[in-house]
Design a protein around this ligand. Structure first.
Ligand SMILES: CC(C)(COP(=O)(O)OP(=O)(O)OC[C@H]1O[C@@H](n2cnc3c(N)ncnc32)[C@H](O)[C@@H]1OP(=O)(O)O)[C@@H](O)C(=O)NCCC(=O)NCCS
Length: 328
């Protein structure tokens, strides 16, 4: 069964409420009507009702039973503005809050924060920054997590891997890399995988020396300490590894004999956002893997970012993944 089949089975009958702020985008509107027809996700669409209805008529889409909220005219506006001012404690005035909640991503994120919906999927028509910033400011990270990060599920036939952080943090210290390793492992578990996390570098077990190598090696120690302290025995983290030593048993036997991971890693933590973002795109474009994500981890409620080049299917699939995250 594919990842999505497994998730859809888990979500059967759950009707998880997911906000889709870009209701006036054809791909989002089409995906919303498809989701509405399932019992996995109940979409809440944001947008100007007249515009959404005109688009639906043009495309022959059935809007019956679909919840559409217009942030401009919604009776929820005053309540959300007040909750936003309270949440941002001195960082936004009433006037600034009113202005900011005209933005569909802020409005949608406040629906999640106030419990009127359980998750949000946006980014078909917004940059990553504009999509995730409201979540970082309002929903914030879970206790014990200092930074949210973005993973991709890399899927081809029966192969499934996780790559992170490929989406969020331009600069990462050893402590951050260790946290991403543990959070990525937990994400892997919640999607049915047994995590074997390789911390990637251009060095394998001290074969090269540099500050960057030392950072990854320190991150491995920190992650292993955390595994011991929190009794997370089901998680294996090791490194630092070059990619071949992490994925090819014969190379691991030569370069990393005695390592806990012997070419059988299934979660890969990249040393920087540059490496992660480039790495997943190479696997996707040259390796023929489907890249599903980025799936943000570590937030109090799930918010996920679409690529602006996304298809209707991408919107549908990421909504299913987001709904599945609420079950964790
Ligand atoms: C994520 C991102 C938008 C945050 O940028 P920003 O808004 O300028 O960040 P700021 O430092 O101003 O922080 C804004 C808020 O988010 C929080 N924040 C920033 N990064 C965070 C993170 N990784 N995890 C949790 N919170 C974070 C800050 O603490 C701050 O909260 P506060 O306002 O309550 O104090 C930025 O790091 C970014 O653009 N990253 C790269 C995204 C990208 O282009 N990826 C590649 C394509 S997928």
């Amino acid at each position: 069964m594919s990842l999505l089949d497994v998730l859809q089975e888990k979500l059967s009958g759950k009707n998880v409420k997911i906000v889709l702020p870009e209701g006036e985008d054809e791909r989002v509107l089409t995906a919303a009507t498809q989701l509405q027809a399932t019992d996995y996700v109940t979409p809440v669409l944001l947008g100007n009702k007249a515009n959404v209805e005109a688009l639906a008529t043009e495309k022959g889409l059935d809007l019956s039973n679909l919840e559409i909220i217009d942030p401009e005219t919604s009776e929820l506006k005053a309540e959300l503005v007040e909750a936003f001012v309270e949440r941002r404690k001195g960082k936004a005035t009433q006037e600034q809050a009113e202005q900011m909640l005209k933005d569909v991503n802020y409005f949608g994120t406040m629906l999640v924060y106030t419990g009127k919906a359980e998750g949000l999927v946006s980014g078909a028509a917004h940059s990553t920054g504009d999509t995730v910033r409201p979540a970082l400011q309002i929903i914030k990270t879970k206790p014990g997590v200092s930074k949210t990060s973005g993973i991709f599920f890399m899927i081809k036939d029966d192969q499934q891997y996780i790559f992170g952080d490929c989406a969020i943090n331009p600069t990462l210290e050893a402590q951050d890399l260790a946290e991403i390793a543990i959070e990525s492992a937990k994400s892997a578990q919640s999607f049915g995988m047994s995590p074997r996390v390789a911390m990637l570098s251009f060095s394998t077990k001290g074969s090269a020396k540099s500050d960057d190598v030392e950072k990854v090696s320190n991150a491995v120690s920190l992650a292993q300490e955390k595994i011991k302290a929190d009794n997370l025995e089901d998680i294996v983290v090791d490194g630092e590894f070059q990619f071949d030593a992490a994925i090819v048993p014969e190379v691991a036997a030569k370069k990393a004999p005695g390592a806990q991971i012997q070419g059988d890693a299934n979660v890969f933590v990249f040393p920087s956002l540059e490496a992660g973002n480039i790495g997943y795109k190479i696997a996707q474009r040259l390796g023929g893997f489907d890249a599903v994500g980025p799936v943000l981890q570590g937030l109090n409620s799930p918010v996920n970012d679409l690529s602006r080049g996304c298809s209707t299917e991408d919107v549908y699939n990421l909504s299913i993944i987001t709904a599945a995250q609420t079950l964790q």
